[in-house]
Design a protein around this ligand. Sequence first.
Ligand code: BGP
Length: 495
Amino acid sequence: MIEKEFPKDFLWGGATAANQFEGGWNEGGKGWSVADCARSHLDVDVQDYAKQNEVLMKDVEEAMAHPEDLKHYPKRHGSDFYHHYKEDIALLGEMGFKTFRMSIAWSRIYPNGDDATPNEEGLKFYEDVFKELKKYNIEPLVTISHYEPPLNLALKYDCWYSRQTIDFFMRFVKTIVDRFGQYVKYWLTFNEVDSMIRHPYTTGGLIKDRFNGKNWEEVIFQSMHHQFVASALATKYIHEQFPESKVGCMLTKLTYYPYSCKPEDQLEAQQRMRATYCYSDTQVFGEYPAYLLARFKNHGLHIQMTEEDLHVMKEYPVDFISFSYYSSSCVAKNAEGLQTTAGNTQVAIKNPYLPASEWGWQSDPIGLRISLVDLYDRYRKPLFIVENGLGEKEELVSDGNGSYTVNDDAHIAYYKEHMKAMYEAIVEDGVELLGYTSWACIDLVSESTKQMSKRYGFVYVDCDDEGNGTFKRYRKKSFYWYKHIIETNGAALFE
Ligand code: BGP
């Protein structure tokens, strides 16, 4: 029997994001980012997504008044990759990673976002990281903007709402592409570009009460338009400087099932899926889809777009589509009385046929195959899964050899089923899948709840939700399992 294997050059790896992983938030010349003002809400229901991501001027002022407070602002310490990067990359090398997804903190390169010249210490840090990855033949997959625009851009220019931010972003892009283009073949412009509509502060640096009196939906879509233009300009620059490099968009793949076979529920599911597809449609086809323009018109949104904007968007679409997938959800035209549950960046109707994590997210490996087929049929361009994982509460236990580990069987079960679904999409559905980076390969601070205790990694980091701990790293049971999956190029899934 032909041994079941993934494509020979399949990029196995894991993902992180500077704002949740790096720490060193005010070291090496780094300036404040919006993430450094993201307060943990340990007193809020972890399934109340909206509450956890509400940020107003008073919240930003409170955060800026307490630079010493790491307890309430866990993203400031993250997993301290800033001081552990050599050890961490060695661990990824030990697992046999082919690729490592990371982001470059914009405010480490341009501390205020509008600085005339870059911060050399910040550039030096990432150059050391890329050289370390090269030692282990690990291909960097770099997210240029992952929820961490410089805070000064938000306070001085209203960040992505201002067209000037396109220029500030391109200054940042040109600096990192010129300096790191030799190391980086795969770039993603904006993490989950669609998330601007669900958490405008985190993604767009938009502080809601600075826009009192304005149409908030219009502010968000104007900001989104500036990101689309910036993404196309970045794609243009990267292709000009490094023609072999590839640029991807990054989409929150929210997969919805109709709660019943009522046609209105099916229509609701189709509409909700288009609510995120409209962003990838724009970046893949290089133009706004008619149904998004219809929404602008029907909602009376006046988005300032120039001919030049539309031209550059059309000329420079993305080369591949990357996305995050964690769970699926149900929708219904009338959700009255139906139980809801949280998912990535949203709350939706709970699927009675699927298990739910402590944070409410429902694991659905078949949903991953459905998502891969949908995206590939829609775009006919290569795909890349750049986030997939399960957040779990975990405890260290003795490993019998004088050290400690975590018996994270739930992670192994989750990954095994999702990787099998990937295999079926490749082999049976003909999907072209470039690679897979799990979220997150090493424990880090969760985006929605700012918790270290929501653990995703193959490596445990000794730090709790209040920032207490040694930050020592411990290999979990899944570390050895994933190492074996990679060394057999997926064949071990079928052992
Ligand atoms: C996605 C983000 C990641 C990561 C992931 C998991 O939206 O792109 O940065 O945070 O969600 O979500 P959480 O961290 O809330 O568990």
